[in-house]
Design a protein around this ligand. Sequence first.
Ligand code: ZN
Length: 147
Amino acid sequence: MAYLPNEVPGPRPTVDDKVFWDYCQQRELRFQRCTACQRFRHPPAPVCPQCRSFESQWVRAPETGVVFSFTIVHHPAHPAVAAVTPYNIVIVDFPECDHARLVSNLTDATPEEVRIGMPVALIWETAGNGMIVPRFKHMKTERGNSE
Ligand code: ZN
């Protein structure tokens, strides 16, 4: 079962992020990288914010990241999530990709367990609209915790 109920609206790709979501449908996390200055960027955009180049490529991201920030949602802003509050929303940072960041969820952490700096691993889930979406799991250390 997915972290969020099927009634939660899934992604609806736009002209700017269609390629990102197309790769996700193949269970490949890729970030856009400027071919002129080599900087990664996310969310996808037609122009590099660093050098204004229109040229870019899609580079496979590591399957691990770090929680940059998070929030715990207690108030259901959409009726579909009323039954699953409190739930987390995390911003996952990818240091190897110029700190490109992805908004997602940690599927296996209680609200009390989520921490900034927590190492996380990529997993895939299917949203209610059938789109395959990147989610994350807490990476346990050898000692069995995240500290
Ligand atoms: Zn650039």
